[in-house]
Design a protein around this ligand. Structure first.
Ligand SMILES: [Mn+2]
Length: 429
């Protein structure tokens, strides 16, 4: 069955028409410049056409902080409406064909039905995310004192069971991985036995690992702090790697760009985890202070490029196949616009990393020519690759200028008339 996209295809073609001439001219000009560097632009464009990043179901509604949430008229309030908005992002941007669900936030009675619904919109499902960082209605035991690392074995069992339920849902959805992030930790010195808390987490995660269906992977997401503010059980990449290695061969580390200390060298972490064969996934976002939810590439696009450079460097390593996903919260923008903008920032950094003259870089590194090595990276970073991105997007049926097209579509205003209003209650996502 052909996918039924939410926006009118003829309308997109109409918005593209006056822009396509300039895109083609810019593409050809860039092609000539790249050819002088020995790079074939069409090969690069073909590579970009094969790149994709998953959307987070929880990123489609307006987020909030612990102070307040300011809902947007027409924002989606359930998974069905969220899928519709994901389809809009995919239709215009053409690089986000998969959706990552968070359970039980996105729980439905009929997972197979949801898979069909998504398929009809041209979407499929990426990793499923479990949630044992908050209590759900009707849940017998509380996670107030931890979940997979809780001291109470009954609480650990409940958290394990939840993860197994997520895997079961994921199988029905056609997903192939589960992402586990726990909020377990402590606020006071002495509150937790730091070694034993990690032992309990690893032991519980092993039970989940043993239950993984064939071909499934398990991503361990670490985060420096929050909700715990003194110690967090899975706080950093070292803990995550140690845990993955002890949990089992299908466990690997997921790097969320916002989950590190502010001055940490994330690209080095990426290189280390890839070297260990345990770099499983990525959550893209950006961060200025202690947050982890700003739009990817908004604050530090250079860091995003350096991270991508390490991913390209690791390309081809045995078993290297990281799952890429956006993980953001949108408090001041229309989430569809932020996701379109972020997906483009991710494509941009990724494409620039492929532009790096790797042979020249390696030669400069081997001969300790620091300036030449740096200039090799900088040449790639300074290249304006927007004509390739816009061209590939248009060729795939997307919009040359996705945000302009989205605004012209009137989608949000139409949904504001149709959808029920989202709650404005304070609450962090
Ligand atoms: Mn994340």
């Amino acid at each position: 069955m052909a996918a039924q996209m939410p926006l009118c295809e003829d309308a997109i073609a109409g918005w593209n028409a006056p822009l396509l001439g300039d895109v083609r001219a810019d593409y050809d000009m860039l092609g000539n410049r790249l050819a002088r560097r020995g790079i074939a632009i069409d090969a690069l464009a073909a590579r970009l056409a094969g790149f994709s990043v998953a959307l987070p179901s929880w990123g489609l509604g307006r987020g909030g902080t612990r102070f307040a949430k300011f809902p947007l008229p027409g924002e989606p309030t359930g998974i069905h409406e969220k899928l519709e908005d994901c389809a809009v992002v995919q239709q215009l941007g053409r690089t986000t064909p998969r959706v990552s669900l968070h359970l039980p936030w996105d729980k439905v009675d009929d997972w197979r039905g949801l898979r069909q619904e998504a398929g009809a919109l041209g979407l499929s499902f990426d990793a499923v995310n479990s949630n044992s960082f908050q209590d759900q209605p009707g849940q017998p035991l509380s996670y107030a004192a931890g979940s997979l690392a809780a001291t109470d074995p009954a609480v650990r069992s409940q958290a394990i069971r939840h993860n197994l339920d997520c895997i079961e849902a994921g199988v029905a959805l056609g997903s192939g991985a589960i992402t586990i992030w726990i909020g377990d930790g402590g606020n006071l010195p002495g509150q937790q036995n730091l070694a034993r808390a990690l032992d309990r987490y690893i032991e519980a995660a092993r039970v989940i690992h043993e239950a993984l269906p064939d071909g499934w992977r398990m991503f361990l997401e670490h985060k420096l702090y929050e909700p715990a503010f003194y110690t967090t059980v899975v706080a950093d990449w070292g803990t995550s790697l140690m845990a993955a290695q002890e949990i089992g061969p299908r466990a690997s580390c997921l790097v969320d760009l916002g989950h590190h200390a502010p001055t940490v060298n994330i690209e080095q972490i990426v290189a280390r985890l890839a070297r260990a064969g345990r770099l499983g996934g990525f959550h893209f976002n950006d961060s200025k202070y202690g947050d982890d939810d700003l739009d990817a590439g908004a604050i530090n696009p250079h860091q995003l490029f350096l991270v991508m450079n390490e991913l390209v460097e690791a390309h081809g390593l045995p078993g290297f196949d990281p799952a890429y996903m956006i993980d953001q919260s949108h408090n001041v923008t229309d989430p569809i616009e932020s996701l379109l903008s972020s997906a483009e920032a991710i494509q941009t950094a990724w494409l620039k990393a492929w532009l790096v003259d790797r042979e020249a870089l390696h030669a400069a590194q081997e001969t300790n020519d620091a300036m030449l090595a740096f200039r090799t990276l900088r040449d790639a970073y300074a290249t304006d690759v927007r004509p390739i991105i816009a061209g590939v997007r248009a060729d795939a049926g997307g919009a040359v200028d996705p945000i302009r097209a989205y605004r012209a579509s009137g989608w949000r205003a139409e949904k504001a008339r149709e959808r029920k209003a989202a709650a404005s209650a304070p609450g962090i996502v």
